[in-house]
Design a protein around this ligand. Structure first.
Ligand code: GSH
Length: 347
């Protein structure tokens, strides 16, 4: 093994003592070796994989339910429950959208957490419940909790515990259990007559789109990436075709399936296209998907839940150590989100 200390790596400064330069070939080989080894070690920690190198997302562990039954463990109430969210996170974004659409702003309070590269996870701007980080809040609720401290968190201020940390379940609760207090109680994003269709879309879209972009970005072999990207774009093509004659995924009725799809589409061109290598097409290149994204973005209350700068900063900067230089790209131009969508002509 070469003794690196004895070489003057790449220095052209003539005032420095002249030393032997490490040959460029060796610098590249060494750099590749260090980088690849670090990457593999880090990915093994943050992205569990199967034998083929496919990313396997761990399931959420805290799964209690709020109910309208007054004597249940977690009865629906105004002012008792709280959401912890990160603005860049697509899973947390789902909960902010349903809270906004149902007009639950005065019923369920929110804290925005921010990612810290130093803490290696989400932290609070100001301590909450005497905790400086989300990981500490998880420990407060569940001493000995050993999973990842993820957002969103649905928190019970009364018993100081986490009710649920699975976005797919939190949005079902927000949609149905707080109607007594919501300003839009009649809006039903998960109606009985559409449940089967919504569940079918959810299953497909979760696997190949919501989690599919992560399966591309966190793939640890070429084969795993190829599989994920084929599935991702096959499903996007299928949705594009369905949206030709249907304003939303399940017809004219906006549902939870749309909310879940939207938060991934919103981040696609900005983060997944580049950082996660989902770069066959941009969402704005699809006529129907692009217009559908604008339609949803322009629904009352939705744009206020969206923060492209946080998405860019967190994905390229703090949240995912996939961009070693930490340089945040300047594009793309996303002003098309404000352009007219003309989707109301359908149906
Ligand atoms: N299944 C969870 C996934 C949530 C999730 O993965 N959140 C990410 C942010 S996008 C997170 O908080 N990651 C922090 C970590 O893994 O340490 C849900 O849908 O609620």
């Amino acid at each position: 093994m070469t003794d690196v200390k004895n070489f003057n790596v790449g220095s052209t400064n003539s005032t420095k003592k002249k030393g032997k330069s490490l040959p460029p070939k060796l610098i590249i080989q060494l750099g590749r070796f260090v980088w690849t080894t670090m990457w593999q070690t880090m990915m093994a920690k943050i992205a569990p994989r199967n034998q083929s190198g496919e990313y396997i997302r761990p399931s959420s562990q805290l799964r209690n339910f709020i109910s309208t039954e007054k004597n249940s463990l977690y009865p629906a109430a105004a002012g008792r429950y709280h959401l912890y969210v990160g603005l860049s996170c697509p899973w947390a974004h789902r909960t902010l959208i349903v809270r906004a659409l149902k007009r639950l702003e005065d019923v369920i309070s929110v804290t925005v957490v921010v990612p810290s590269a130093i803490a290696g996870g989400w932290v609070f701007d100001q301590p909450e419940e005497d905790c400086a980080s989300l990981a500490q809040l998880y420990q407060l609720a569940q001493p000995g909790y050993s999973g990842r401290a993820t957002v969103p968190v649905l928190w019970d201020k009364q018993t100081k515990t986490i009710v649920n940390n699975e976005s797919a379940e939190i949005i079902v609760m927000l949609n149905s259990q707080f109607n007594e207090f919501a300003l839009h109680p009649t809006l039903n994003l998960y109606p009985d007559e559409l449940k089967e269709k919504i569940d079918q879309w959810n299953e497909k879209i979760y696997k190949s789109v919501n989690n599919g972009v992560y399966r591309c970005g966190f793939a640890q072999t070429q084969q795993a990436y190829n599989l994920a990207i084929d599935e991702l774009f096959a499903t996007l093509d299928e949705i594009e075709a369905a949206l030709e004659t249907s304003r939303y995924l399940c017809g004219n009725h906006l549902t939870l399936a749309d909310v879940r799809l939207f938060t991934t589409l919103f981040r696609f061109d900005v983060a997944y296209y580049g950082l996660f290598k989902c770069n066959r097409h941009r969402i704005q290149d699809y006529p129907n998907l692009g217009a559908y994204l604008r339609d949803m973005y322009q629904l009352p209350g939705v744009a206020d839940t969206c923060n492209l700068e946080s998405v860019k900063q967190d994905y390229y900067g703090n949240l995912f150590p996939l961009n070693p230089g930490g340089i945040i790209p300047s594009g793309p131009d996303m002003s098309y989100l404000l352009k007219s969508h003309d989707r109301d002509r359908i149906g």
